[in-house]
Design a protein around this ligand. Structure first.
Ligand SMILES: [Zn+2]
Length: 346
């Protein structure tokens, strides 16, 4: 079904890119470190500033007029010469050999792929395509940091290989447990809801990597202060994009309070998202924040009770999920991804 996806490595074989242009890098560093900056350089102000610049739409969006065109690998950010790009079956990654983790992980997530057909993997392993230093179990041991997935395992359960790939160390960054298991997890669940509701979305996610970050373990894995996600819904009706910048700490704030334009995430990271879009579309999608264009509550159900002999029962199918024992799930479902609630149904 997903045979078009292939695992390979692109070796651009050129000098290492500078991750962030020097001027932007300096500014960013000062903002993050509050060095010689006025009081507006606090982390919360950083996010507020990012939100203040863009065109913010609260009603219906002007982006409704955008018509999609066929684009291959639309999820990929702009790739710079010398960048270490690894293409896995499930996602593409830009690996940062200086900080020993990803600059970004990019993938398409379809409605069908929200079904976790295959059980969650149990062990993190080194990415076989990473030739520089990689994090290891030892780095995280007794660190009080979680191995925080960038592409979530629950987005990658649609094949045994994609699940295995999601547990590569190249796909994780050090996250505080209260962040990884709290607001970050909520955001991941919301993104899956969008993939289900909008049929398919494009996701780019990663840590915000800067100099002078604290590090973890003997391999000195950078501990990011911030993480980001950008999402593109390129299906009609309602083509739209949105970004998120979250601090690596617990938060009880609403997810919508972290929403920013994609432009804002570009400013913070120095990355160029969705460069394959036609220029006019890219500009409009990335400088528009239309919070009302997105659903903010999960449509996920917590149980599937289907009465035998009912109309619902006759319209239902057997869940395509596989149990931890390796058997086909016996639950019946009417979910459009053919999955019961436990395997990722909605
Ligand atoms: Zn199931």
């Amino acid at each position: 079904m997903f045979a078009h996806r292939r695992s390979s490595k692109i070796n651009l074989n050129k000098p290492m890119k500078k991750f962030i242009p020097l001027s932007l890098f300096g500014l960013l560093l000062c903002m993050l470190m509050s060095c010689a900056q006025p009081s507006t350089s606090t982390p919360s102000a950083l996010v507020s500033d990012a939100q203040a610049t863009p065109l913010t739409i609260t009603g219906s969006a002007p982006i409704d007029t955008i018509k999609p065109v066929a684009i291959n690998k639309l999820e990929l950010p702009k790739i710079v010469a010398g960048e270490n790009i690894i293409t896995h079956t499930a996602y593409t990654i830009s690996y940062n050999a200086k900080y020993h983790e990803a600059n970004w992980v990019a993938y398409e997530l379809t409605k069908e792929e929200t079904c976790n057909t295959f059980p969650r993997a149990k062990q993190f392993i080194a990415d076989p395509y990473v030739t520089s230093i990689s994090a290891s179990d030892q780095d995280y041991k007794n660190s009080h940091f979680d191995k925080g997935h960038l592409a979530p395992a629950a987005d990658m359960g649609w094949s045994a290989l994609s699940m295995k790939e999601s547990f590569y160390y190249s796909n994780v960054s050090p996250q505080r447990p209260e962040f990884n298991r709290g607001i970050w997890k909520k955001l991941e669940e919301l993104v899956r809801t969008w993939a289900y509701d909008y049929d398919a979305i494009y996701v780019v996610t990663g840590p915000v990597l800067t100099s002078n970050l604290p590090t973890l373990g003997t391999h000195q894995i950078a501990i990011p202060n911030y993480f980001y996600k950008v999402i593109l819904d390129y299906t009609e009706p309602g083509i739209k994009g949105i970004g998120f910048i979250l601090s690596n700490q617990a938060s009880s704030n609403s997810l919508s309070s972290f929403a920013v334009t994609i432009d804002s995430v570009e400013k913070l990271t120095g990355l160029d998202f969705f460069p394959a879009l036609p220029d006019a579309q890219e500009k409009t999608i990335e400088n528009t924040l239309c919070k009302n264009c997105w659903t903010w509550t999960s449509t996920k159900t917590t149980s599937t009770k289907i009465k035998a002999g009912s109309a619902t029962a006759s319209a239902s199918t057997q869940c395509i999920g596989i149990t931890m024992k390796g058997d086909r799930c016996k639950r019946r479902t009417t979910n459009e991804n053919s999955c019961c609630f436990q395997h990722g149904g909605f």
